[in-house]
Write a protein that binds this ligand. Sequence first.
Ligand code: NAP
Length: 214
Amino acid sequence: MRIGILGSGLMGGKLGTIFARAGHEVVFSYAQSEQKLKRLAREANGKAQHGTPREAAQGADALLLAVHWSRVGDVLNQTGDLSGKVVLTCSLPLNDDDTELVVAHTSSGAEELAKKTPKARVVGAFNTVPSEVLFGVYEAKRKAMRPSLVYCGDDRDAKQLAASLIRDVGFDPVDAGPLRIARYTEPFALLVAQLAYEGEGGPELAYRFERFAK
Ligand SMILES: NC(=O)c1ccc[n+]([C@@H]2O[C@H](COP(=O)([O-])OP(=O)(O)OC[C@H]3O[C@@H](n4cnc5c(N)ncnc54)[C@H](OP(=O)(O)O)[C@@H]3O)[C@@H](O)[C@H]2O)c1
């Protein structure tokens, strides 16, 4: 699969690296220095390149949006037409100091993104885990007990693609339903962040849902 990374920071840099190591073609884009994008592409050790957001979107089977909420408009402007594209977003609609959701309860970041890009197929994914856990999950992926990762969206094929990438990273994908469920997954992401950054034991935290059948 060809995956364009829009925002190559903590989340985009790590997920792009993992996607490349899992065998995908990755294009890293949108950082404050081209040197950083070059380095990411070189160190991903796979079929990774760097480019502009527009180049990242060209021919991409999926895009990962991984920028601060305040940068979403800018990166979308630079990306151009997203008609028909699968856009996975891990971006949380946080205020400038990352203390509060600025969209919540009656909408979500993922839904607002879908309104801004009405022809794209938006899936909310990878937003409920801290970046610090991603390489650990990837390295442990052959083990039986995978951590869960919730995702949501309205397009069936886009969700299938998201589930396959979630599996490639080493998580067990949990379909949480339509995109409006991001109203619940995004606040949940803040709970996970609270436990990761303020709890004991460090930020390398993931979660797992289990069913106990009668
Ligand atoms: N970090 C986490 O653990 C985590 C977990 C769940 C969800 N999220 C969400 O995921 C999204 C990304 O978070 P992150 O932690 O990966 O953020 P980040 O590390 O700050 O990455 C954002 C990327 O945007 C780039 N950028 C910022 N301003 C720019 C500009 N003016 N021009 C070009 N590029 C610019 C940054 O460039 P540089 O690389 O040069 O700084 C960086 O590559 C956020 O919405 C966050 O809420 C994060």
